[in-house]
Design a protein around this ligand. Sequence first.
Ligand SMILES: [Zn+2]
Length: 782
Amino acid sequence: MNNSGNKLPDLPEENRNKSNNRRSFLKKAAVATFAIANAELISVANKGSFGQRETLTEIPWYRRVTRWGQTNITEKDPIQYDITWWRKHWKDTNIQGVIVNAGGIVAYYPTKIHLHKPAQYLGGRDLFGDLCRAAHEDGIAVFARMDSNRAAEEFYNAHPDWFAVDSEGKPYKAGELFITCVNSPYYNDHIPAILTEISRLYKPEGFTDNSWSGLGRDTICYCENCRKSFFAKTGKDIPKIRNWDDQVYREWIRWNYDRRLEIWDLNNITTKAAGGKDCIWSGMNSGTISGQSRSFRDYKEICKKADIIMLDSQARNDTNGFQQNSDTGKLIHGLLGWDKLIPESMAMYQAGRPTFRLAAKPVQEARMWMLEGIAGGIQPWWHYVAATHEDRRIYHTPVPVFSWHKINEEFLINRNPVASVGVVWSQQNSDFYGREESDLLVDQPWRGITEALIRARIPYLPVNADHIDRDASKFSLLILPNLGVITDTQIAMIRRFVKNGGGLIATGESTLYNEWGDRRPDYALGDLFGTHTDNQHKTNSGRTLRKTALETLHTYLRLTPELRKNVDGPHTGAEPEIIGKRHDILKGFEETDILSYGGLLEPVLTEPSGEVLMTFIPQFPIYPPETAWMREPKTDIPGLIINTISDGGRIAFMPADIDRQFGRYNLPDHGNLLANLIRWATKDIIPLKIEGPGLAEFNIYSQPGRLILHIVNLTSAGTWRQPVDEYIAIGPVNVSIKLPDDVTGKSIQLLVSNKKITGSQENGWLNFTISSISDHEVSVII
Ligand SMILES: [Zn+2]
């Protein structure tokens, strides 16, 4: 295991050159006319640190366009759309690409496709065509936006067999519209015909789709097309009910995922046939794995196919905060690669809680979402609904962020993340372990771990469980936050990681289920955990984590060993007797013998190598207060076991789902315990040390010859619920960062406060101080 702070980017040299070339090109693109119709062949003199040679690099438009805008056109807009005004706004915001409504539910151009209904107020206007031509004249790329998931009654009456139906054959509806079935000719013929027509008429650079994946997981379609297709694939009938224990239902889930990937391929074949090899189709995707799961969109497989991810994730919620956006960016880049782009639709209107489509979101709130996205490698894309606004403040919101992005773009893309902690996830775990409770069983533990990391200023990266071998050399620690479902291949990869000296933290029911979500007889990594299930001594009569996940139980954890004992009982005035020394993981808790918990624990069997640091105190009453005393103050049921294997990897298994509790209730004790545990398991191999008050997120990136530290100040946001409308500056922030070999650390440029500072160096670490950070700061260290 290396300290990743010491490493060069993991790209092979050839890719580094490409990456260099792309940056050089992007600098040129800022002044050159933007030729977008086809991918260009660009000759770039590569005079970087990897040799002096001339290479030819082809950079298609979807790898160059880094600022996007979208005016989501309402059906009323064709009579009020002022293209001249919007062209100016495109220019004012420095965008290089627009997303323009084209077809699907309604058409914004004079279509000849049967049943492709013109927008209500379209009249004779060719609004899409006018906008597409204007954008091309301005050197701006066009993503033609489709919305292909439902249709009006007239369409339904013409082709009732193209629509999703329930088990009694009744069509599923959303409001007045009928929902189309993904297995019908609507997706096989009708949508491809529209894509072909638009491509031939207008030559947009590519296509995206707001809602392309059809009926979600909560509803089963029983139409004839679905029945036939499922039978052909599995030899079985469509399952009657949603039942995760039924193998047919599980196969139905997989079959649905496969169908969405077929649609992805079909649409790409169609648009490339009509518009050339760079005329890609890239449907929009969600910012959460739970969202992807509910829509049958397999993120890992989609990212294998995608050239760009169009991310539809517009605002924070109170539960996840702004930091979710950087987490999402890092997670998707982990699948897609850090050399591709992930523009994200960012609402300038009051999206979220509550939603007002036509009111400007407080500018500080909108900016913070954008900044956290950029910190996670996401590209900005302003988003308005409707082409005219009486709340004119909305137009001002994106301007400063987009201008800053344009100036500093070379530091914000094509960079490699630096972190020594990997947090492992998989969509299978959300599906087959999380099932209908993925928020409680998968998302909450994820949130608890990642927020504990952010709070402790420890940079981390999401790692897909199938990519552990690929990414292992970056990390000194992997964390499995209640990763119940794990495949045999993934288990083998974790074993290799630990064998090579990597640390491991696993929580809750991690590794206890196979790929379908069936419980294994023991933890698949029980030998590493030093802990095994005790199937003889179950005490909670079948009350599993799944069943109690919604409850908050009045339970505690006892820290072991006890530190002190009062011979004559408490409060006698006698000097307490010191009777033990606790592990460093419990540092900071010297004045308590218990921590609040909230969950339930079963007995487990521990191996002699396992050291138990916390034990379970079972539930006792809260009300009335007279009854609030521990009925069983001590058990030997472990809550946290550490196991140090012979060749040095530090392993901790925490059956007590402290991560889930922290994700849920934000109790500082839980966050501090997790931070202690993580620091111990990494053997303190963390490339960053921060001093100074406040809640802030720190992400480190490397580019050849330089390090980039992106800091987002979450202090105001963490103080109270959304929306934030005033920033509270933090600072001074004292930074110590480990320098890689190719960075001298002689110069530090601050891209937001726009000044140069210097630091001091000691043992390969650079120390410097940032005096004040309002919303964010980017330090470029050369
Ligand atoms: Zn169907």
